[in-house]
Design a protein around this ligand. Structure first.
Ligand code: PDD
Length: 288
């Protein structure tokens, strides 16, 4: 049976239980990470743990573990799984108020241990055929709060946006705020125009993806022109190429937006080049 980690112990999934008063359940008061694992090696673990620290700082929750301890726990969780390519979900909530404390109070309970939960799922990467076909997306207003840089478990707006895509038989919803591109419901969005790779800069309005950072590093290392700046809705609609990026989707071309073809309506050359660079980079990192 699947082994998961909950509060200092590894156990079968069926035995992992948290209180209904847990702040994650009652308030969505917590943060998370999704870490891809290739051939049992976590990809960009240090960067994920750094972003986790930023999220914890953002919600004023102390990190229950140091980097070395996280590394060890994640290594143990990986070793317990029956499959090699994994996506590790890691969640920390503000914990459960103790008896004698107000069961539900928006303000932080004092002296409560956080709830730490991790589990692994098989990581199913996109096939070459899927990358060659691309996916369709729709647009929707970005109705989220002003701290989208925190990887919060309060994901209702993202959940609704992603379901809108599913209802339209599409893979992703591209969110627009005040006439400008922010990101996807569960991905970052890149635009290619006239050979230049464009993306919104890191800010409180987007979650800076680990994949986003790798793509920009690869662009810089391989002389691909790129610019970080605000991108208008009109530029999104006139893009030569549109990509969604995330730890699980990697670089996935969007070929149709709101029913209209993106560029030629087929994945573009820069998406193919970046995917090849990304796959190479992954292989190098995994060999190291
Ligand atoms: N989400 N923006 C949002 C809103 C996301 O949810 C994600 C990823 C990203 C891309 O981040 P990264 O490249 O680090 O995966 C951007 C994960 C995969 C999830 O929620 O499952």
């Amino acid at each position: 049976m699947t082994s998961v980690y909950l509060n200092d112990r590894f156990m079968p999934l069926a035995d992992a239980k948290v209180s209904v008063l847990d702040r994650g359940f009652v308030f969505g008061d917590g943060v998370y990470e999704m870490i891809p694992v290739y051939s049992r090696k976590p990809f960009r673990l240090e960067e994920h743990l750094r972003r986790l620290q930023g999220s914890l700082d953002g919600i004023r929750l102390a990190n229950p573990h140091g980097v070395a301890q996280w590394r060890d726990l994640i290594g143990q969780l990986i070793a317990l799984q029956a499959f090699d390519d994994q996506s590790i979900y890691l969640q920390i909530t503000r914990g459960t108020p103790e008896s004698g404390q107000t069961p539900r109070d928006h303000a932080f309970p004092q002296g409560v241990a956080p709830t730490v939960f991790m589990f692994a799922q098989p990581l199913v990467s996109a096939t070459d055929a899927q990358k060659a076909a691309g996916v369709c997306a729709i647009t929707a207003p970005d109705i989220r709060w002003g701290r989208c840089d925190i990887k919060s478990i309060s994901l209702l707006a993202n959940v609704l946006a992603r379901q809108q895509a599913v209802d339209a038989a599409c893979a992703e919803t591209v969110m627009l705020r005040d006439g400008f591109l922010s990101e996807g419901a569960a991905s970052n969005i890149f635009v290619v125009k006239n050979g230049v790779l464009l993306a919104p800069p890191s800010s409180n309005l987007i979650l800076t993806g680990i994949t986003y950072d790798v793509v920009l590093e690869l662009a810089a290392a391989h002389g691909i022109l790129h610019e970080l700046r605000a991108i208008s809705e009109a530029e999104v609609r006139r893009a030569d190429e549109l990509w969604m990026t995330s730890s699980t989707k990697e670089i996935m071309p969007i070929v149709k937006l709101d029913g209209a073809p993106v560029g030629t309506g087929a994945p573009g050359p820069l998406a193919r080049q970046m995917d090849a660079l990304y796959q190479d980079f992954k292989r190098q990192v995994m060999r190291a």
